[in-house]
Design a protein around this ligand. Structure first.
Ligand SMILES: *[C@@H]1O[C@H](CO)[C@@H](O)[C@H](O)[C@H]1NC(C)=O
Ligand SMILES: *[C@@H]1O[C@H](CO)[C@@H](O)[C@H](O)[C@H]1NC(C)=O
Ligand SMILES: *[C@@H]1O[C@H](CO)[C@@H](O)[C@H](O)[C@H]1NC(C)=O
Length: 347
């Protein structure tokens, strides 16, 4: 049963012009804003798309923070007519945050019961494993662990060298849990100020998005509008005695949500409340590549992920809340959507 009626905006496939195909060295040479198109939009205001993972077959999986604890898939995101359909709705929850692949077609998802757009009710945060069914079979969900101590589990990242473990950060408590997805055993493995919200800060969210890359856990801190990293070992434990490093202090936005790395190590970050997509290049240079605080182009952009097929490896899929949390110009929102951005202009 599909709760959402979805509008696919087709026919814009020709919008990506070959002029962007030539590789360029830096965003200074790119024509901005980067070309983009809506691949699918939900039907109702308040349909808050929160996070994204790309399946090994190239289909997208997105989580909803509102109005239900649902995972949707977008089949053929780069085809003429992408279609969005419900995969699973989790019990005992009404909102989802992070999603991360542990093996092909198996994903870990964070769920909780939220009183509107605020931290979840105490004692409702749960990590689930979602196995996608093949050949038309239904997806199956297995509860990994209920984490009573959690306040707002957000991004989930799979430890690359040891896929039976994930790291999951708490935006309110400002800690990182390491969870063994086989046994459900969990521990707080990192607890430092750079994970925490600023007391009385703008949004009251610290840790938000996260990625593991080349031996480091990277995360964004929303209140601090910064991205940090900390070295971790093969099993996902922070290296003892190591120090946190600031990777970027965002200048063009007041906060930062989830982000993705491109193959060259540049960061593509969704700024959420500022309705922009920004890049932070490996030399630290920051550029607004799409959207603006007063535009709906990527209004309330929550996360981003690159395509995984030869056809769409250069496409960044950006999810949005439709500015449900902080309306554009104070009053304007729209149903959450997924936008495909052609990043070839950016490299
Ligand atoms: C937390 O939730 C669990 C399971 O839902 C329940 O058994 C337990 O009593 C709850 N703890 C508190 C302190 O409410
Ligand atoms: C927000 O206000 C600005 C300035 O008045 C205007 O240019 C812009 O189009 C508005 N945004 C939307 C989505 O209507
Ligand atoms: C969403 O809200 C805006 C006002 O912010 C309104 O103009 C629009 O019609 C609404 N869209 C839907 C699908 O309800």
């Amino acid at each position: 049963m599909t709760a959402l009626k979805l509008t696919s905006l087709v026919g814009l496939i020709g919008a990506f012009l070959p002029v962007y195909a030539a590789p360029v060295d830096s965003l200074r040479q790119a024509r901005l804003p980067l070309p983009s198109r809506i691949i699918t939009q939900t039907a109702a205001n308040g349909t808050y798309i929160e996070n994204i993972a790309v399946r090994s077959n190239g289909d997208l999986l997105v989580t909803l923070l509102q109005p239900s604890a649902s995972v949707y898939t977008v089949k053929g995101p780069y085809s003429q007519s992408p279609s969005m359909s419900l995969v699973h709705t989790f019990e005992g929850a009404n909102g989802l945050t992070g999603i991360s692949e542990t093996s092909p077609d198996t994903f870990i998802v964070a769920a909780a019961l939220y009183p509107g757009l605020a931290a979840p009710y105490q004692n409702t945060s749960t990590l689930w494993e979602l196995k996608l069914g093949s050949k038309g079979k239904e997806a199956t969900a297995r509860r990994i662990v209920h984490i009573p101590e959690a306040s707002l589990l957000n991004a989930v990242v799979t430890v690359p060298g040891y896929k039976a473990a994930v790291l999951v950060g708490d935006s309110v408590r400002g800690v990182v849990f390491r969870v063994d997805v086989t046994t459900g055993r969990y521990d707080v493995v990192l607890d430092i100020p750079e994970l925490k919200p600023i007391p009385g800060g703008p949004i009251d969210l610290g840790f938000n998005g996260a990625k593991i890359r080349a031996g480091y856990l990277y995360w964004s801190n929303t209140d601090r509008a910064s991205i940090y990293r900390f070295p971790i070992d093969m099993l996902g434990y922070p290296v003892q005695g190591a120090k946190v490093e600031e990777v970027a202090a965002i200048e063009n936005a007041s906060g930062v949500d989830d982000f993705a790395f491109d193959c060259q190590g540049n960061i593509w970050a969704a700024t959420d409340f500022d309705n922009m997509l920004i890049t932070i290049q490996t030399d630290g240079r920051e550029t607004v590549v799409l959207g603006s605080p007063t535009e709906l182009t990527v209004a309330g952009d929550t996360s981003a992920a690159f395509g995984r097929t030869p056809l769409d490896r250069h496409i960044l899929y950006v999810t949005t809340s439709g500015a449900a949390a902080v309306p554009v110009n104070g009053t304007i929102m729209e149903p959450g959507k997924i936008v495909a951005v052609d990043t070839r202009g950016g490299r």
